[in-house]
Write a protein that binds this ligand. Sequence first.
Ligand SMILES: Cc1ncc(COP(=O)(O)O)c(C=O)c1O
Length: 385
Amino acid sequence: MKYNFDEIVPRRGSNSYKWDTAEDEDVLPMWVADMDFRTAPAIIRTLEKQVHHGVFGYTKVPQTYYDATISWFSRRHNFTINKEWILFTSGVVPALSAIIKALTDPGDKVIVQTPVYNCFFSSIRNDQCEIISNELICQDGTYTIDFADLEQKAADPKVKIMLLCSPHNPVGRVWTKEELLQIGEICLRNNVIVVSDEIHCDLIYESHTHVPYASINEKFLQNSVTCIAPTKTFNLAGIQVANIVAANKEIRKKIDKALNINEVCEINVFAIEALIAAYNEGEDWLEELKRYLYENYEYLKDFLSEYFPQLSVIKPEATYLIWVNCSAFKLTSKEITNILIEKQKLWVNEGTMYGKAGEGFIRINIACPKETLIKGLDRFKEAFK
Ligand SMILES: Cc1ncc(COP(=O)(O)O)c(C=O)c1O
């Protein structure tokens, strides 16, 4: 291994949302979706250079920023992006808020596939739209799409957007091309624009391949908006950067206007440099990271199957967010997370944060050194022994 993911980097006292929110310093946080690893050395070097320059004035986004993004998606995801399709902003959530604002009127409806990333709900509500849930089907430890239900819901003329989480947080699915084709055909038939949040697209395991929704065909490209970012991949959430890819000129114009109205149409000097270094020089770090994360998943799976065989760990095809079915405990998600915090000071996410469909589940963030993971799992065992 070239990179040391075993290193414990203390984060308490660094204003970390994950580590410094709990007042009790013994709380072990395995909740919010960032990683406890240092980012890739190439990114740190580039940021150090920027700091030494010492002048942090208003900043232009250079051609090299677009080149790095375009090259990464072409190289790694077989997705050809034109420079003029790209709109940059300070994060995927600000992007989603602006996109929904741009493409809906108050009172319109947006489809999501629950259980799903909780900020989808707030972004939809903040834009005065209604959340329509196309609940995923959980069968034999894996999740699939209820296409009949999707077809029926998309037929409502008030539905303007389908907000796709691809790959999916928290259920860890990498949607196949066949699944995306079915989604796309339903949305095209019903004049529903697909907004595909692909922030997790680089953290894909084993034999799975991420298919960018917009890369499938020209019709899908023109009827969609894709959100991408290097922030989950390279642990840069605090740097705040994301790109919106909108090939359709009319759609792009509306989103650009909404980004301007929301005043989220600038990115900072560090975000630019970090993105360029990540996409140009971060590849081998990412490959090692993925191996490390998968080993962590395997450790967790073996641990839970040894001590709690009644629980079922959903096998992640992507992401370091592990979705665990704890319904055998016959407790609510809230009761489970309360027991973990109160008895063992272990903080994980309750499944119901992601919608009613998450009842009985918890989400555990395993993007940490193995030593931390082992500590967390031992606490889990003590809490429920
Ligand atoms: C699906 C998804 N989209 C967006 C985000 C957050 O994006 P950002 O930090 O760029 O706003 C997350 C973070 O967990 C996520 O899981």
